[in-house]
Ligand binder design. Structure first.
Ligand code: 6PG
Length: 636
């Protein structure tokens, strides 16, 4: 039995601290103490007369307890029942190193506890004080959490299961992101079991080596699935960090035989939101919980604090949310860049749109660089300086890394010039485009960025076509004369690209009833993720109490009105000079189409009606009334 350890059973009055504490002490064969017995007499009197204790009253009591805790640990260890509702009380009692004290938090819904108190006799705590206890309660993000809406025997079984050195979370898949997230979780004090498959000669002892390379952290490593699952506290939390697609289904299939009711799988990869919806439904039938959580930030973000977009059953988030929030990046007010996004596929949908915006921003930077480099003949270092100057205002992570890229030399030459100009993709940008098509919303900049990657991939054909067409570009423009127009065009495009991404979120939220909070989504994208920027920070406030199209927002209207001329000028100049600017011109076209009252679509409607009798609505009649014309008949 684990000796010389102090277990502090905490929770509101009525949660069963004394009953459970005594049973636990019996199981562990160590003494039990009730913190109430260490109150000064004045405190007991106050409580008996129904007066809530103030922090000053608690000082002496906590001091007594902290001395006792050290004493007990030095002898046999102990179980102490103590409310310890606030973090500052717990800090005062945490007099020993973390691995000498285990916090056991007994909790349940207010009504459950209230009913229990109402059924008790001879206890000096008044039920009316319960409300104030719930208000004071600050949930610990650590320790063992047990819902007490079950029998004492079940509660003890659950505690004993957790006490037996089980890991709080399992991480499946030690790729780059998996390793970084595992280190992040362990360095925040969580005990983590990690699993990586064994493939002869290819993936050998990955988990074992990972554990020994990170010996200072609390890891258990496995390449045996059953042992991995058994090493986890029940109900289990397993974070999958594997490639999106069929692999996720195979992994779930492999895990299923070892899982039990209420175990939770969190898919942290870039899975398609429809797969997530399907997996959650299928697993629900088997009593297994499933969440799809988008994770952004690459290797460094995962290690130091990513932006996390979890979706799925809200109850599951309550369970695993504290861990995810603890490992996430912080926004500028110190709040975690992780929030419960919404039900079923919402988390992965939001991550997909994050990536869609990412595609748009990346292409915007790429084509701006390309235009500057070849149209104005600016040197890479000059472009790096210019981007650096812009980024003092924009604070965009993607622009920041592009500055570094423009300065990276290899054997004295710019590395960028030796990188093949054919862009790869794993799917999220294209999926955003598909989703927009399904939902019937425009996605100009994002889909243009996807298509730009597609056409870049036709490298050989492009090279042959370049010879066939021999299109001359106009070069050698003076950069100084174009700088400010370029900057304004860049800013306008970036705003339009974000407006388009958020509009897709709005459409999905309506269609799937996800109730997405755009301001919160912008907030968790202000740090840790790839599209963090000053613009994103501004959007947090802009979307607060405002869920309309971003381009309708008053300040944005002003900004875009200022930049519009430059955007149109740069796009015009670029095309005339022979340079493709797919995202900038998509933004310009979107902007013009979005802000024009009379569009060209009356001609489309007429054509549809002409050849297919598809009917049309009229300006001079109510909406919803449909007309058809015999186009070839003479008007009488
Ligand atoms: C992130 C990134 C990351 C990755 C995507 C896009 O938010 O950390 O978006 O998820 O870059 O997989 O990759 P592709 O460009 O290959 O589609």
């Amino acid at each position: 039995m684990i000796q010389k350890h102090v277990y502090i059973v905490m929770g509101v009055s009525g949660a069963g601290k004394t009953t459970i504490g005594k049973l636990l002490a019996k199981q562990l064969e160590i003494p039990f103490f009730d913190a109430d017995d260490f109150h000064p007499v004045e405190n007991v009197k106050k409580m008996e007369s129904g007066v809530a204790l103030k922090d000053d009253d608690r000082e002496e009591w906590l001091e007594n307890l902290s001395i006792k805790i050290t004493e007990w640990q030095g002898k046999y260890g102990a179980v102490l029942a103590c409310s310890a509702l606030k973090e500052k009380y717990r800090k005062q009692l945490q007099v020993l190193p973390q691995d000498h004290i285990t916090w056991i938090f007994l909790h349940s819904d207010y009504e459950v506890i209230r009913a229990r108190i109402a059924g008790r006799e001879g206890h000096y705590f008044k039920p009316e004080l319960l409300q104030s206890q719930y208000e004071s309660l600050e949930l610990p993000s650590y320790g063992i959490h047990v819902d007490v809406d079950q029998s004492p025997e079940q509660i003890i079984d659950e505690i004993m299961e957790k006490v037996k050195n089980k890991a709080e979370i399992g991480l499946f898949g030690l790729g780059v992101m998996g390793q970084s997230l595992a280190i992040n979780m362990a360095s925040k004090g969580y005990s983590v079991s990690v699993y990586n498959r064994h493939i002869d000669k290819i993936e050998v002892d990955i988990a074992k080596n990972f554990v020994s390379e990170n010996a200072g952290l609390k890891f258990q490593g496995y390449d045996n699935l059953k042992a991995f699952v058994e090493s986890l506290e029940k109900p289990r939390n397993i974070l999958l960090m594997v490639n999106a697609g069929k692999v996720v289904d195979f992994v779930i299939e492999d895990l299923l035989p070892y899982l039990e009711k209420n175990d939770l799988i969190i898919d942290g990869g870039n899975s398609h939101y429809k797969d997530t919806i399907r997996r959650e439904k299928d697993l629900k039938k088997k009593n297994i919980l499933f969440m799809g959580a988008g994770v952004s930030g690459g290797e460094e973000g995962a290690r130091k604090g990513p932006s996390i977009m979890p979706g799925g059953p809200e109850n599951s988030y309550k369970r695993v949310g504290p861990i995810l929030e603890k490992i996430a990046a912080r926004d500028k007010t110190g709040e975690p860049c992780c929030t419960y996004v919404g039900p079923d596929g919402a988390g992965h949908f939001v991550k997909m749109v994050h990536n869609g915006i990412e595609y748009g921003e990346m292409q915007l930077i790429a084509e701006t660089y390309h235009l500057l480099r070849f149209h104005t003949s600016a040197k890479p270092d000059e472009i790096a300086d210019l981007f650096e100057e812009w980024n003092r205002e924009l604070q965009s992570y993607l622009l920041e890394i592009s500055v570094d890229i423009l300065r990276k030399k290899e054997n004295g030459e710019l590395l960028l010039d030796n990188i093949l100009d054919a862009a790869k993709q794993k799917g999220t940008g294209g999926w955003s485009t598909n989703a927009a098509l399904e939902l019937g919303v425009p996605l100009d900049t994002i889909s243009a960025a996807v298509m730009a990657r597609n056409i870049s991939g036709m490298k050989e054909q492009r090279a042959a076509a370049a010879k066939l067409y021999d299109l001359k570009t106009s070069e050698g423009e003076n950069i100084n004369e174009l700088k400010s127009a370029f900057f304004e065009a860049y800013k306008a495009t970036s705003i339009v690209n974000h407006a388009i991404g958020f509009d897709l979120l709005t459409a999905a939220s309506k269609e799937y009833h996800w109730n997405l909070n755009l301001s919160e989504i912008a907030r968790i994208w202000t740090n840790g993720c790839i599209i963090r920027s000053k613009l994103m920070e501004d959007l947090v406030a802009k979307f607060n109490n405002y869920q309309q199209h971003l381009l309708m927002q008053e300040e944005i209207v002003l900004e875009i009105s200022n930049f519009r001329t430059s955007l149109l000028k740069v796009v015009g100049k670029a095309l005339e000079a022979g340079f493709p600017v797919p995202v900038m011109s998509a933004a310009a076209n979107y902007l013009l189409s979005f802000t024009v009252e009379q569009s060209s679509a009356n001609m489309i409607q007429a054509q549809r009606d002409y050849f297919g009798a598809h009917t049309y609505e009229r300006k001079d009649k109510a909406r919803g009334e449909f007309f058809h014309t015999q186009w070839l008949q003479e008007e009488k």
